[in-house]
Ligand binder design. Sequence first.
Ligand code: GUN
Length: 282
Amino acid sequence: MSAEVIYGKQLAEELRQEMKKEVSELHKHNIHPKLVVVIIGQDPASMSYVKGKQRASEKIGLDSELMELPESTSEKELLDLIDQLNQDQTVHGILVQLPLPNHIEDQKVIEAINPEKDVDGFHPINVGRLLTGQETFYPCTPYGIMVMLKRANITIEGKHVVIIGRSNLVGKPVGQLLLNENATVTHCHSRTKNLRDHTKQADILIVAAGKAGLISGDDIEEGTIVIDVGVNRVDGKLTGDVDFESASEKASHITPVPKGVGPMTITMLLHNTIKAAKRIHN
Ligand code: GUN
């Protein structure tokens, strides 16, 4: 079997065109969705991510502000800034790029953001809403994966989904979204024994471990749907956690890296920002 490749990039383009029209409609009603992205320090990978977020926001007509603060910013200064942004009625979405420098506690900052402006979906209130099956802001990468599966006409109900990775950003929330849609979910992680015994059982395999080449064709059965969330640099080249060549010979569907899940993450951030603006004005 040769897998159908699910290109998130193409779907992201389509969705962004739709969002651009939606933003332009909102402008007619004097609603100007605005996203503020805060970055502390100069980490090149993080800088590149946030610039991408800002560019994508502007392209669909969102108001967007990038706040670049020095590495020396104290936790109190950052919390004060978040407080100001929480109170600013023109700001609908707040994203503080993670990870933060060691002297600032990530969780404290996440919890300071007004849950109604938490377009990352990381605040415990939004995590709790997701856990209890309520409508909320869903974390962008997991949400993007759900949209990709649906647009590829993949049925989720009753499927056995095996997830490798248990981060708060991807592994845990994607498992919860899938469970909410009646999948049977297995979480694997770095301490899982005999990983292949699990991956061979998967109807849908989601790999978010951050280890290049962790999964190959030998680890899956014929007809598995493979979603690769890995972003690794190997010899300067962007690569996922899955060996695409061998896995695509057995999978029924597979996402590539790059042009797979990545572009969907930013797209869902844009979606969440529009949703935040519509919520406030409704
Ligand atoms: N760092 C890497 N990915 C993300 C993300 O989705 N949101 C935030 N805030 N920081 C990140």
